[in-house]
Unconditional design. Structure first.
Length: 126
């Protein structure tokens, strides 16, 4: 599986939001959901602010694959569960804080809760 290109990483990182569509069990795409996205090195991550009970997060469980759009990048991806990724969690929290910390605390804070941290997904190009 090839990784992200430098151009794709830069474009996704600079995008304010990402649209994610997960694949249903029959292979069709679900409706797109808009969310925040961060980059950590060569990897791209999203979190469910409602944790594992979030509807879009539950939708990723069917096939662990889907499609994303952000910053002009339109790509098929695999969803890799990170959960509370140990050493990754503080880096991702910092990435979210740097990118979205300008939002009010009640909005920004929802993406750095233990619930959201436990529902972290790494997006892998496929």
């Amino acid at each position: 599986m090839a990784g992200w290109t430098d151009d794709e990483l830069e474009r996704i990182e600079s995008a304010e939001e990402l649209n994610l569509q997960s694949l249903r069990s029959d292979g069709s795409l679900r409706d797109p959901v808009t969310m925040w996205v961060v980059r950590d090195g060569e990897d791209v991550y999203v979190r469910s602010v409602k944790g594992a009970q979030g509807p879009w997060f539950r939708g990723t469980r069917s096939r662990l694959e889907g499609r994303i759009r952000a910053g002009g990048v339109d790509k098929d991806v695999a969803f890799v569960d990170v959960g509370d990724g140990g050493e990754t969690t503080p880096r991702l929290d910092a990435a979210y804080r740097a990118k979205y910390g300008r939002y009010p605390a009640d909005i920004f804070g929802s993406v750095v809760t233990p619930q959201a941290q436990a529902a972290t997904i790494r997006l892998v190009p496929r």
